[in-house]
Write a protein that binds this ligand. Structure first.
Ligand code: 3PG
Length: 398
C-alpha cells in the first residue's frame, strides 16, 4: 500500500480482504491475533483518508448461510480495536444492503460484510461474483495471507477484475511482512538455517521436507511424524501413530539427507492419549508394545537446543507433541524456549501459522519470536515453493 498515491486513497473506498478466520468458543473469540495483525494496514488506509469495505471468510459453510458462522462477533471485536472509527457489521455481502452501505461510507468509516463463504460462487472463484465484489470499491488491498493459497472470488478473482478495470490491487502491510519473512528465509537465510518440523503426519509435510532439505543446514523432526521415521529405522513404535504407507518414503529421506535430518533420540510415552496418564521417558530404542509416543523427550530437547544455539535463521512448523495436554507439552515448550533464546541471540526466528503459532501463543512467547505467521495452510504451501494465487494476481507481484 506504500505505493498507492494519495489521490488513490483520499475520499476513496478501499476493499480490503482480511483473514478473520479466528478461533471462537461459545461465541467468544479465543485468539484475536488475526484481527490485531491487520490493524497497521487498516489504520494506514484510514489515516490517508480512505473508507474501508472489509471482506472475510469464516469457517467452511460451503456456500450457504450458517448462523454460527456469521462474522458479527468479529466485527464487534474489531470495533473495540479500531478506536476512533465507526465499524459497522453488514449482514449481507454483495446484495443491495452491502452495496448501499458501501456507497454511504464517509472517509474514516469501516464496514465488515458478512462471510464471503455464504455465497455459492466464492470457492469456485466465480467470475460474476468477483465482479460484484469489485464493484464495492475503487481500490483492492489483500491483507489475507492466511487465505492466499485459495483461488477464490474474494482473493484472486476480485484482484483480477479490479486490475482489468485499471484499478489498483495491491498487498497490505501484513501480507508484505509475511512474504518478506518467509520469502527471505527461503531465498537468502542467515546461516546456519535450521528448520524444525513437527505435527502428526509426514504425508501433510512431505513436500515441505523435500523443498526445505536442500535449503537448510539442519532439519529437526518432532511430533508423531517422527514415529514413521522410527519405524523406517527398524525401531519398535508400540501403539504410536505411524503412517504405514510412508515408511518407505521416510527411509529414503533418511538415506538421502544423512546427518542433516535430526530424528529424536528419546520420547515421552504413555498408555493412552489422555490427560492424567502416567508418562515415562524412554530412549527411542525402548518403546514398549503397549505405549504410545506422545512427545519428544528431554535429551532430544537438549540436542535440538544445541543445534538451535548456532542458528542464524530458524523456521518452525508443527508441534513436538500433543502440547494441548499438559503431560505431553514439555517438548514443544522446550523447543519454543530454545527458539525464543535464539531470537535473543540475534537469529531470525519464524513460526509457521496454525498449531505452532497457537503453541507459542499459549506459552506467552509470541513477542520473543521475529515473526509468527498468521497463515496455517498458506505458510505451508509457500514453504513448499508453491505459488499463492491470492498473491500472484496483485500488481506488485509482477
Ligand atoms: C486458515 O484458517 O488457514 C485460513 O483462514 C484458510 O481457511 P480454509 O482452510 O478453510 O480455506
Amino acid at each position: 500500500i506504500a505505493d498507492l498515491r494519495d489521490d488513490e486513497l483520499r475520499g476513496r473506498r478501499v476493499v480490503v480482504r482480511v483473514d478473520y478466520n479466528v478461533p471462537i468458543e461459545d461465541g467468544r473469540i479465543t485468539d484475536d491475533t488475526r484481527i490485531t495483525s491487520t490493524l497497521p494496514t487498516l489504520n494506514a488506509l484510514l489515516q490517508r483518508g480512505a473508507s474501508l469495505v472489509l471482506l472475510a471468510h469464516f469457517g467452511r459453510p460451503k456456500g450457504k448461510p450458517v448462523p454460527e458462522m456469521s462474522l458479527r462477533p468479529v466485527a464487534a471485536r474489531l470495533a473495540e480495536l479500531l478506536e476512533g472509527h465507526s465499524v459497522r457489521f453488514v449482514e449481507d455481502t454483495v446484495g443491495r444492503e452491502a452495496h448501499g452501505a458501501a456507497s454511504m461510507l464517509q472517509p474514516g468509516e469501516v464496514i465488515l460484510l458478512e462471510n464471503t463463504r455464504f455465497l455459492p460462487g466464492e470457492e469456485k472463484n466465480d467470475g460474476p461474483l468477483a465482479e460484484q465484489l469489485a464493484a464495492l470499491g475503487d481500490v483492492f488491498v489483500n491483507d489475507a495471507f492466511g487465505a492466499a493459497h485459495r483461488a477464490h472470488s474474494s482473493t484472486a478473482g476480485i484482484a483480477t477484475i479490479m486490475r482489468g478495470q485499471g484499478k489498483p490491487a495491491v498487498a497490505g502491510l501484513l501480507m508484505d511482512r509475511e512474504l518478506e519473512y518467509l520469502g527471505r528465509a527461503l531465498a537468502s537465510p542467515a546461516r546456519p538455517f535450521v528448520a524444525i518440523l513437527g505435527g502428526s503426519k509426514i504425508s501433510g509435510k512431505i513436500d515441505v521436507i523435500r523443498s526445505l532439505l536442500p535449503k537448510t543446514d539442519h532439519l529437526l523432526i518432532g511430533g508423531a511424524m517422527a514415529n514413521t521415521f522410527f519405524r523406517s529405522m527398524g525401531l519398535a513404535t508400540g501403539t504410536s501413530l505411524v503412517e504405514d504407507d510412508r515408511v518407505e518414503m521416510a527411509r529414503e529421506l533418511l538415506a538421502q539427507a544423512g546427518d542433516k535430518l535430526v530424528i529424536p533420540v528419546d520420547a515421552v510415552v504413555a498408555p493412552r492419549l489422555e490427560a492424567g496418564q502416567t508418562t515415562t521417558v524412554v530412549a527411542r530404542e525402548e518403546i514398549q508394545a503397549d505405549q504410545s509416543v506422545l512427545d519428544i523427550g528431554p535429551r532430544t530437547v537438549e540436542e535440538f537446543r544445541r543445534v538451535l544455539g548456532t542458528a542464524g535463521t530458524v523456521l518452525w512448523n508443527g508441534p513436538m507433541g500433543v502440547f494441548e495436554i499438559a503431560e505431553f507439552a514439555a517438548g514443544t515448550r522446550g523447543v519454543a524456549e530454545a527458539v525464543a533464546d535464539a531470537t535473543d541471540r540475534g537469529a531470525t526466528t519464524i513460526i509457521g501459522g496454525g498449531d505452532s503459532a497457537a503453541a507459542v501463543a499459549d506459552m506467552g512467547l509470541e513477542s520473543r519470536m521475529s515473526h509468527v505467521s498468521t497463515g496455517g495452510g498458506a505458510s505451508l504451501e509457500f514453504l513448499e515453493g508453491r505459488e499463492l494465487p491470492g498473491v500472484s494476481v496483485l500488481s506488485e507481484a509482477e
